[in-house]
Design a protein around this ligand. Structure first.
Ligand SMILES: Cc1cc2nc3c(=O)[nH]c(=O)nc-3n(C[C@H](O)[C@H](O)[C@H](O)COP(=O)(O)OP(=O)(O)OC[C@H]3O[C@@H](n4cnc5c(N)ncnc54)[C@H](O)[C@@H]3O)c2cc1C
Ligand SMILES: *[C@@H]1O[C@H](CO)[C@@H](O)[C@H](O)[C@H]1NC(C)=O
Ligand SMILES: *[C@@H]1O[C@H](CO)[C@@H](O)[C@H](O)[C@H]1NC(C)=O
Ligand SMILES: *[C@@H]1O[C@H](CO)[C@@H](O)[C@H](O)[C@H]1NC(C)=O
Ligand SMILES: *[C@@H]1O[C@H](CO)[C@@H](O)[C@H](O)[C@H]1NC(C)=O
Ligand SMILES: *[C@@H]1O[C@H](CO)[C@@H](O)[C@H](O)[C@H]1NC(C)=O
Ligand SMILES: *[C@@H]1O[C@H](CO)[C@@H](O)[C@H](O)[C@H]1NC(C)=O
Ligand SMILES: *[C@@H]1O[C@H](CO)[C@@H](O)[C@H](O)[C@H]1NC(C)=O
Ligand SMILES: *[C@@H]1O[C@H](CO)[C@@H](O)[C@H](O)[C@H]1NC(C)=O
Length: 496
């Protein structure tokens, strides 16, 4: 392993050097350390250095493609020694292209060649390499032991970014976030050393990783605990008659009261999906359809609505239903899905009447007139029976665990075919303002897994991490003071 020399003379010289000199130095260092790389301008470069969000393409100084932990360590040492910023890329699904650095000139450590998953038959602990995608992990641990852990719906999303910053999906009301299932991790630090982080080993680092993991090192191996899958899951929809803002305020208010007062059973998982064509509840019940029908009856009465599209599934069919693809077990390094979009997120408390009204009016009067392919997803995230807010607020650096403050998680997404228009941004900005304008700062935040790159660094750190930011900055100062792991919204080291 190369010995790191933080802020060495070489680093200072290179910081001012031309992009060409920087590139040559990094190429030489990686070559000498025998780290595999993707050839610039090759077909493979297009997928390894390509973004998921086509609006945000960047030009890395080099792309390393490690197949061993030693390769990862050597790549980090090269970057530290030469003063080049570095970012790991797992599934590459960051909305802000942070796996590519979120700007030009970074060394990208493309982890997707490292996707092995094994399940220990006795402890039911899954050991997961850092470039595994969610669909592959779900497939392996289901096939080997009928086990699972909670995570999101898209099979191509990488475990690295997803689980280190939250990870919400159709098991989260029942079983919490992906981050809650991590029991330990092996981490390559900025000085190239490899350490284990868990409740008992390097506990500060373990705390920081579980919510803000992109700032402190590269997780080179994850251990996740798992749960036994339920025999049956049931998907369902409920169309909402929210064609005008009066109906919407009434219906949303009723749904919120139902969620707040503990009427949503733990086994139920649900979200509102709204787009230009429809507004509906969609869910996955962890149990069979007869149990679902009994459990949901009071809500149907309350909303004056009907169940539709009820489907009994086994576990993997339930995952496939919301994956919207049959291509679940993805391990292909040529994976190249992408779209052009802008997205914003929110986590909020219950909404007071005036906020509900301004949000609903924006939805009906403004959003419904936008002809691009937009959607809003409102996850029924918290409430007394949610596994997410049962975890103590200070247990992990993930910031949104207060049963009184964190009820809904939102994703606002606006996609274009062709270039995204310059006047597009104000659409989602305005919608978010309709929420935050009537809430106190402690009643809302934003979710870095749906990163909004238009926030400046100070604002981004505040809304993503809120009460946990100060401690994160202290830990950053200890483990990465030179900011080797940097992107435009990265946690800043605490001042000396
Ligand atoms: C189609 C799609 C569907 C999605 N669905 C959901 C969903 O259902 N629920 C949900 O919660 N989110 C969802 N997301 C958001 C997703 O969770 C985030 O974009 C996530 O950060 C992506 O992780 P990644 O590894 O694929 O991304 P990357 O771009 O590879 O990484 C994201 C960030 O994590 C860092 N990182 C990656 N690997 C490591 C590592 N090993 N160690 C340290 N840092 C690392 C990167 O440097 C970067 O800063 C979805 C995104 C997309 C595009
Ligand atoms: C790669 O392509 C760019 C332009 O697309 C060109 O300027 C550069 O010389 C090429 N580099 C190599 C190594 O072929
Ligand atoms: C994944 O596991 C297979 C089989 O055990 C092994 O041959 C391969 O080298 C492993 N890949 C990595 C990147 O560790
Ligand atoms: C809203 O829509 C409902 C039916 O969908 C209708 O009965 C009601 O009059 C409408 N209210 C307003 C203010 O338009
Ligand atoms: C919760 O609220 C719903 C709808 O307002 C109501 O029907 C139900 O009785 C309430 N339950 C409890 C336990 O308060
Ligand atoms: C459905 O699940 C319930 C338990 O939640 C069980 O009692 C019942 O037998 C199941 N019904 C069928 C048809 O499997
Ligand atoms: C429900 O679970 C039972 C027991 O695992 C299984 O045999 C049955 O196929 C499942 N139903 C569906 C529709 O998948
Ligand atoms: C993505 O990969 C598929 C399969 O290899 C290929 O057919 C398609 O053209 C690629 N798309 C892009 C945009 O490169
Ligand atoms: C690497 O950094 C960690 C965290 O700052 C520190 O504890 C460790 O001693 C360092 N290791 C070396 C070899 O410098």
């Amino acid at each position: 392993m190369r010995l790191p020399i933080l802020l060495s003379a070489t680093a200072v010289v290179l910081a001012a050097a031309s992009p060409h000199a920087k590139r040559a130095a990094i190429d030489d260092c990686l070559k000498e350390a025998k780290v595999p790389v993707t050839a610039r301008n090759s077909t493979q470069w297009k997928t390894d250095a390509g973004p998921f969000n086509d609006r945000l393409a960047y030009d890395p100084v080099a792309v390393a493609i490690p197949t061993t932990v030693e390769h990862i360590q050597a790549a980090v040492s090269c970057a530290a020694e030469l003063g080049v910023k570095l970012n790991p890329k797992s599934g590459g699904h960051s909305y802000a292209s942070f796996g590519l650095g979120g700007e030009d000139g970074h060394l990208v450590v493309e982890l997707d060649r490292m996707y092995n998953v094994t399940l220990d038959p006795e402890t039911h602990i899954a050991t997961v390499q850092p470039g595994a995608r969610l669909g592959h992990i779900a497939t392996v641990i289901y096939e080997e032991g009928k086990r699972a852990f909670s995570h999101g719906t898209c099979p191509g999303v990488g475990v690295g970014g997803h689980s280190l910053h939250g990870g919400f999906g159709f098991s989260s009301h029942t079983h919490g976030l992906a981050v809650d299932w991590i029991t330990s991790a092996d981490v390559v630090l900025a000085n190239g050393s490899l350490v284990t982080a868990s409740e008992t080993e390097n506990p500060d680092l373990f705390w920081a990783l579980r919510g803000a993991g992109s700032n402190f090192g590269i997780v080179a191996s994850f251990r996740f605990k798992t749960f036994a899958v339920p025999q049956n899951v049931t998907s369902y929809e409920i169309n909402l008659p929210w064609s005008n803002s009066t109906n919407m305020v009434k219906g949303w208010g009723a749904l919120q009261g139902w969620l707040l007062n503990g009427s949503m059973p733990e086994e139920m998982n649900m979200r509102i999906l709204g787009n230009g064509f429809q507004t509906q509840l969609q869910g996955l019940y962890h149990g069979n359809s007869s149990a679902l029908k009994t459990a949901i009856e009071p809500l149907l009465k309350l909303l004056g609505a009907k169940l539709s599209n009820v489907k009994d599934y086994d576990w993997m069919e339930g995952f496939e239903h919301y994956a919207y693809t049959n291509d679940i077990d993805v391990t292909d390094p040529d994976y190249n899905q992408s779209e052009t979009f802008y997205s914003k997120s929110l986590v909020t408390s219950a909404l007071p009447a005036d906020v509900l009204k301004s949000v609903a009016e924006y939805w009906i009067k403004t959003a419904k007139k936008v002809t691009r392919s937009w959607y809003i997803i409102i996850d029924l995230y918290g409430g007394p029976n949610s596994a997410i807010t049962r975890v103590a607020p200070e247990a992990t650096s993930y910031a949104f665990r207060d049963p009184k403050k964190h009820l809904f998680l939102y994703q606002l997404y606006d996609r274009s075919f062709g270039a995204y228009p310059d006047d597009g941004f104000e659409f989602l900005d305005g919608w978010v303002d309709a929420f935050t304008g009537g809430l106190d700062a402690e009643q809302w935040g934003m979710y870095i897994n749906y990163a909004d790159p238009r926030l400046d660094r100070a604002e981004a750190q505040d809304v993503y991490y809120r009460q946990n930011l100060a401690r994160l900055r202290q830990i950053k100062k200890q483990v990465d003071p030179a900011e080797v792991f940097y992107y435009p919204q990265a946690v800043e080291p605490a001042e000396a």
